[in-house]
Design a protein around this ligand. Structure first.
Ligand code: G6P
Length: 479
């Protein structure tokens, strides 16, 4: 059935994972995008277009038919092994990802990666055009699909099109390195509304459009020669706050949190990091800072432990493989040098966990450490705050995560400054209850006021205002 609201994202919310016996299973997809959008889609009865993971050559043709999973309508886009290599691992994650994250790693520019990016974006646009009802709203997501808005508009001028970028949008000086900068800006301008995490991203975009495409702009508006107006604005993303609070009140999650504490050595204070294993996340520097504190005797392995969960990610991309080896070596060295029997300095888990286990970890942790070098938002920081229903626990947060703009009461750190991070870790460790409560209360108020439903509502309401010529979707709160 044609849909009135269509989400287009690189990934479906479920990932088809092969099993050792030759079969396969569906697992929740990694990352903040899926975590944020899933509740919005549930509330909307929308259709989600995306890649189910894995190469199309390994899939049974029936798996590429639209299907329903867990109340969601899913429309798969099949990618070939070559497209995964050139479009996904190549252009999306080897070119755009590092440029948009402040060049934390060196981007590569290859024309065949770009060609594949164009072809794959065409496929997503064609699929969205096929499933969208007359006058529907189509909401395109993230850096993998920046050409889809204009491609879709060419195919279906009747649609209302929104685009949202989940990662940072870089300053003009970095973006300008891209040999295909103009095509990307024009692709995005196919949308009626282009959303960013922070006002700075929106301002970078408008400035680039003026400089590089030559269109007239005024504040957050771009005036196109065909008479259309495009708006660029910030919509900081959030999480399903009530959903996490409910989980934390669940008896089994509370029991699991207690079991985790027990397994880690009872009264030992728990520092926690949870990240996709990505070079933007600053895992190496953070663990070094912690190890130096143990080495200097400022922290004692009998009294504290650092739990680092690293969720496997983009494992075939060279830079991610190297990072994994570096972290493996560092953790081995730290534990070898500083651990005692039954008392590792760092408890390291290379795995992904369901939401309930994450909620148990957040509940068990005393100090959450989120120190990316650059991050669009970082939903882990917000999830931790959502789970601290007793207004306790400390958050150490990088000032270069989008979340720092809202979670001002965290211990804010510069992740490049190891000594600064060490001081913040110690302060958070020694903070008194009153200070912790004051900070956590304020942060909880912030995220409760602004949850993921409010985020989706504000984007879709704004989209309806800039493109009033088409129908309005039902919105996240079912209004
Ligand atoms: C970030 C990106 C998402 C991406 C996710 C997981 O959250 O913004 O677009 O889906 O990471 O990365 P992956 O490459 O596994 O899809």
């Amino acid at each position: 059935m044609p849909a009135d609201l269509v989400i287009v994202a690189n990934r479906l919310p479920v990932d088809r994972v092969p099993l050792p016996d030759g079969g396969w299973e569906w697992k929740p997809s990694p990352g903040g995008l899926v975590a944020a959008l899933e509740p919005v889609m549930r509330a909307n009865d929308g259709t989600w277009v995306g890649w189910p993971g894995g190469p199309v050559e390994d899939a049974d043709p029936s798996e590429l038919e639209p299907f329903d999973a867990d109340g969601l309508h899913l429309v798969p886009v099949g990618l070939t092994a070559e497209e995964i290599e050139l479009f996904y691992e190549g252009f999306a994650n080897g070119t755009i990802w590092p440029i948009y994250h402040d060049l934390v790693a060196k981007p590569e520019f290859h024309r065949e990666w770009w060609d594949s990016y164009v072809r794959v974006n065409e496929q997503y646009a064609a699929k969205a055009a096929e499933v969208a009802a007359e006058g529907a709203t189509v909401w395109v997501h993230d850096y993998q699909l920046q050409l889809v808005p204009q491609m879709l508009r060419d195919l279906r001028p009747d649609l209302r099109i929104g685009f949202y970028l989940h990662i940072p949008f870089p300053p003009a000086e970095l973006f300008a390195q891209l040999p295909w900068r103009r095509q990307i800006l024009e692709g995005l301008l196919g949308a009626d509304l282009v959303g960013f995490q922070l006002p700075g991203g929106a301002a970078n975009f408008v400035r680039l459009v003026r400089q590089r495409v030559g269109y007239k702009t005024h504040r957050d508006l771009v005036y196109l020669p065909d008479g259309r107006t495009v708006r660029a604005a910030a919509f900081p993303i959030s999480i399903d706050v009530a959903g996490f609070e409910e989980l934390v009140h669940d008896e089994s999650v509370r029991a699991r949190a207690a079991a985790i504490r027990e397994a880690l050595g009872g009264p030992r204070k728990i520092f926690l990091g949870i990240d996709r294993l990505d070079y933007t996340k600053g895992i190496y520097a953070r663990l070094r800072a912690y190890a130096e504190l143990v080495e200097a005797g400022e922290l004692d392995v009998e009294e504290a432990v650092f739990v680092q969960v690293a969720v496997p990610s983009r494992e075939r991309v060279e830079q991610y493989r190297l990072l994994r080896d570096e972290i493996d070596r560092l953790v081995g060295r730290i534990n070898g040098d500083l651990g005692r029997i039954g008392r590792p300095a760092i408890s390291y888990l290379h795995n992904s966990y369901p939401r309930a286990e994450m909620a148990a970890l957040y509940t068990a942790a005393d100090i959450m450490v989120v120190t990316p070098f650059r991050d669009g938002m970082n939903l882990v920081a917000k999830e931790y705050v959502a789970c601290r229903v007793h207004d306790d626990g400390a958050l150490v947060l990088s000032e270069f995560a989008g979340a720092a703009a809202e979670l001002r009461q965290a211990w804010l750190v510069n992740p490049y400054d190891i000594n600064g991070m060490k001081a913040a870790l110690l302060e958070a460790y020694h903070a008194d209850e009153k200070d912790l409560t004051r900070r956590m209360k304020a942060m909880r108020r912030t995220i409760q006021r602004h949850d993921v439903a409010a985020w989706a509502d504000s984007f879709l309401t704004e989209l309806a205002e800039v493109a009033p010529h088409t129908k309005s979707p039902r919105q996240a709160r079912g209004r």
